[in-house]
Ligand binder design. Sequence first.
Ligand code: HEM
Length: 148
Amino acid sequence: MYPFVLGLHNVLRWLVLLSAVYTLALLLPGVGGRRVWGRRERVAASSFTGLMYLQLIVGLALYIGVSPYMQGILDNFGAALKNSETRFFAVEHIGGMLLAVLFAHLGNVLYRRRETNQGQYRTAALFFSLSLLCVLALIPWWRPLLRL
Ligand code: HEM
């Protein structure tokens, strides 16, 4: 179970990043005006946000029970905070990624309340950019790039 869930969390990272880059490539040219928000934009925004929700569920499963590595960290939380790698997973990774999921969620909800096409592009692009920045900053890049 653990290798499968960890492998899934690992691979989903690439789908999240691909989806974020594709979505922003679609949205950023619309920030200046003129473009009409359409189905392609809506599907891209929902797909990126959906992948973030999925990654949140898989990550929480690892954090709360599936990962023996996390169990060790949570059993000795005080000691884990004194080591930079264990502190990263105990606090920084989960905290920053929760923020990333929140930004994605806000982007996908708030653009719908904007009345102009430009407003929709701007709101979604702003929140998705913030989300991508958090994700890039908080991926443990020293871990394997793929687990197959
Ligand atoms: C709040 C949401 C998240 C939680 C609770 C979470 C939790 C975790 C945990 C507990 C681990 C360590 C697992 C272990 O080594 O046993 C981990 C590793 C990792 N996380 Fe997350 N994560 C979250 C979101 C994300 C997101 C959004 C991404 C990237 C898009 C991501 C990418 C990774 C990667 C690449 C690893 C290393 C996987 C490996 O070593 O193969 N995480 N995460």
